[in-house]
Design a protein around this ligand. Structure first.
Ligand code: NAD
Length: 260
């Protein structure tokens, strides 16, 4: 068990990639916190883990809300102890060309991805510093942290921004043994992606099948989606790597869509 009794908060963990990371961390022995918008859905995901003999709790946390983040982290510390791992994963997608992109969508998306990453980092890093144990902060980036695609101005901007935040946290956190890294997955078939397949088909005037094969997977080495388990395995690697040798980094996990 590579994460035995580590306290791990995973945001956006009631669905998709975050949910799989929570399940995988629990199997590695972590005490996992499912932090998401809806308490019932967070509790349901935690119950599934507990039913498999894992340690988990659900918490309602809108990552854009400063007091919900601060209070939520305080509740976790009271129940499970100081925070060892934060996975800042909550996210949304909005598909629209820039000339039609609503300012309200731009602000909402940046708030969830960037304000959320900042607020959860600030709340958790205080606990990592004061415990004296340090910790690991993992941001859910994307291939869109490295390259751009049309129709995704806010998303690409936010995902590039996370690289900057990660590097600052790596520099500031080093003295306290806090590491920060970014995972950059290719397309993963979660609700976030299922929603954008018909949206992209409409906007680009092509079939949904063409969106999958000629847009999403066109530059992969094998035409395959990345899986939630692939991303969760990288998240275990980052969380369990126990020295500052691996900090301030971003790791692409995209079937070779982007190579660097
Ligand atoms: P998903 O829609 O399955 O899950 C996202 C979760 O985030 C949901 O449970 C949702 O309720 C939660 N969430 C949204 N706004 C929130 C808020 N304000 N506060 C707290 N929780 C909130 O999506 P997913 O595909 O699992 O995406 C998870 C992360 O992975 C996102 O950051 C996304 O950008 C990133 N990502 C996804 C893909 C992909 O292809 N699916 C690829 C690269 C990166």
């Amino acid at each position: 068990m590579r994460l035995k009794d580590k306290v791990a908060i995973i945001t956006g963990a009631a669905s998709g990639i975050g949910k799989k990371i929570a399940e995988t961390y629990a199997r590695e022995g972590a005490k996992v916190v499912i932090a998401d918008l809806n308490q019932d859905q967070a509790d349901a995901a935690a119950k599934e883990i507990i039913a498999q003999n894992g340690q988990a709790m659900g918490i309602k946390m809108d990552v854009t809300n400063e007091s919900e983040v601060e209070n939520g982290v305080a509740v976790v510390i009271k129940k499970f102890g100081d925070i060892d791992i934060l996975v800042s994963n909550a996210g949304i997608q909005v598909i629209n060309p820039i000339d039609k992109f609503l300012f309200s969508d731009w602000k909402r998306l940046l708030a969830i991805h960037l304000d959320g990453a900042f607020l959860t980092t600030r709340a958790c890093i205080k606990s990592m510093y004061s415990s004296g144990h340090g910790g690991s902060i993992i941001y859910m980036g994307s291939t869109h942290s490295k390259v751009a695609s049309p129709l995704k101005c806010a998303y690409v901007t936010a995902k590039h921004g996370l690289l900057g935040l990660c590097r600052v946290v790596a520099k500031e956190g080093a003295a306290h043994n806090v590491r920060a890294n970014v995972i950059c997955p290719g397309f993963v078939r979660t609700p976030l992606v299922e929603k954008q397949i018909p949206e992209q088909a409409k906007e680009l005037g092509i079939s949904e099948d063409d969106v999958i094969h000629k847009v999403m997977l066109k530059d992969t080495v094998d035409g395959e989606f990345t899986t939630t388990q692939d991303v969760a395995d990288v998240a275990v690697f980052f969380a369990s790597f126990d020295s500052n040798a691996l900090t301030g980094q971003s790791l692409l996990c995209s079937h070779g869509w982007v190579m660097e």
